[in-house]
Structures are given as C-alpha cells and as structure tokens.
Design a protein around this ligand. Structure first.
Ligand SMILES: CC(C)(COP(=O)(O)OP(=O)(O)OC[C@H]1O[C@@H](n2cnc3c(N)ncnc32)[C@H](O)[C@@H]1OP(=O)(O)O)[C@@H](O)C(=O)NCCC(=O)NCCS
Length: 226
C-alpha cells in the first residue's frame, strides 16, 4: 500500500468510525503484519446451472462501474478510488447498486488472477471459464434488504451470457451474514482454507468440501502441495 493509500484509508476510518475506531484499525493492522491467522470457505456457483432467483427492490439499479464512477466508492468501506481505477484498467469488473445517485453496494469480478493473501505471490491464477467475486459490500444502512444476493444473481446471469462456467468467492468462516447471503443465490461450499503467518513464515492448508470443485483450491493454494 502506498503512503497515499494508507492516508486515504485512515481518513475514511475516522469519517466512518471516529478516532477511536480508526486507532483500533491501525493497531490491529500493525499486529496482523506480525502474527496472523484466518480461515476461509471457498464457495462456488455455476452461472449456467439452475439456481435460486433473487431480485432487487423496485427503484434500485445494478450496473457496471466505469473509471468515472470510482469516487462513489468513498461512501462504502471498500477499496480506495485509486485502487479501483487500477483494477478496472487491469480488466476487472466493478459492479454497483444505486438508489438514484446513492451507492448502496459494490463488488468486483476478477478475471485471470484474483488477489488472495494466502496464495504464493499474493494471487490466485484463474483458469479460462472461472472468475472470482471479491470485495462485496453493502452500505451499513442498507444491509438486510437482500441487495447483495440480488446483485450477485444478476451478475451471474451476465457471466453466463459471456460463457463463464465457474464463479468462485471466499468468505471468512466467522462471517455469518456473508455466508448466508452467498448461499441464498446457490453458492456451494467447495473448500476450507487455513492460513497462518508468523513474521516471514507462512503456511496455507486447504481441504476440499466438495470433491469436484474443491480439488482446484487444494491444488492451487495448499502450500504443502508445492
Ligand atoms: C455480506 C454483505 C455484503 C451482505 O449484504 P446484504 O445486502 O445485507 O445481504 P442480505 O440482505 O441477504 O443479508 C445477509 C445477512 O445479513 C444479516 N443482516 C440482516 N440485517 C442486517 C443488518 N441490518 N446489518 C447487518 N447484517 C444484517 C442477516 O444474517 C442476513 O441473513 P438473513 O437474511 O438470512 O437473516 C453485508 O453484510 C456486508 O457488506 N458486510 C460487510 C462486508 C463483508 O463482510 N463483505 C463480504 C466479504 S466476503
């Protein structure tokens, strides 16, 4: 992260959570660089398959975001506008849900390579036909209205049109709202991934939960398999 990015995130944390919240965020971030452990579930959905439908409330619109939209992201706890610009310029898709001019939700579809802290080199290469959903966030005041599932359902429809076969995403084990939300549109658990870091040492282990889809995550991400 550049110094400008750090400053941007710190300012946003103060605006959204006050000085105390921002200080806690800075302390936890510093500690996480030394000792760190996390567990994620990798989920998978097949865009061409039969899957549950979810619709946005009338009046809300879903659309692809352009570079001209990145300033809107300042209202959500998500990537900075400058990160967003470089993601779009690298060929990834930003999706937005708006109520008029107000941004309620955003997420990303990564193509070819997706950022994964637990992966060697910090990224996971995606084979043809597979894309990764990342950084989904609904504004705090808009949560619980089914906005994220409805957006993902329509995004999966768009991915089906372009011939994508596998839409994957990862969710921390403890993130119950997110796990409930992805399961509403037919995402299925494919693998569980444990990642531990102590200074420069790290280890990632992956166990398949679904024999078919899980193998890809074990082969690509388990550091013991290298
Ligand atoms: C995960 C997230 C995107 C879901 O978005 P959403 O549009 O609120 O999705 P839903 O309306 O389907 O709600 C999903 C679950 O959130 C919980 N929820 C409901 N109302 C809520 C509220 N007011 N505030 C917080 N969570 C709420 C419920 O458990 C709900 O499941 P249920 O409908 O089965 O009870 C949203 O909670 C969020 O932005 N979280 C913070 C960022 C994050 O964790 N992103 C996911 C990274 S993988």
């Amino acid at each position: 992260m550049t110094p400008q990015e750090v400053l941007f995130k710190a300012r946003r944390m103060v605006r959204l959570h006050g000085v105390g919240g921002a200080a806690r965020w800075a302390w936890e971030g510093a500690w996480d660089r030394i000792v760190f452990s996390e567990r994620h579930i990798w989920y998978e959905l097949s865009p061409p398959a039969e899957r549950p439908r979810r619709e946005l409330e009338p009046g809300l619109t879903l659309r692809r975001g352009q570079v001209a939209d990145v300033a809107l992201l300042e209202d959500l706890e998500t990537v900075s506008p400058s990160d967003a610009r470089s993601r779009i310029e690298s060929g990834n898709d930003l999706w937005l849900v708006l109520d008029g001019e107000q941004l309620l939700f955003s997420c990303w579809i990564f193509r070819e390579r997706t950022p994964v802290l637990a992966a060697r080199g910090g990224g996971l290469s995606l084979p043809p036909g597979m894309v990764c959903l990342e950084d989904s966030v609904t504004g705090t005041a808009a949560r619980g209205r089914g906005i994220a599932p409805a957006a993902w359902c329509a995004i999966a429809d768009a991915l089906k049109q372009e011939g994508q076969q596998r839409m994957v995403t990862k969710v921390t084990v403890e993130n119950v709202p997110s796990r409930k939300a992805v399961e509403k549109v037919g995402f299925r658990e494919a693998a569980i991934m444990y990642h531990r870091r102590l200074g420069p040492l790290w280890r990632t282990s992956v166990r398949a939960l679904d024999a078919e889809g899980g193998r890809f995550f074990v082969e690509s991400l388990d550091s013991r398999a290298a």
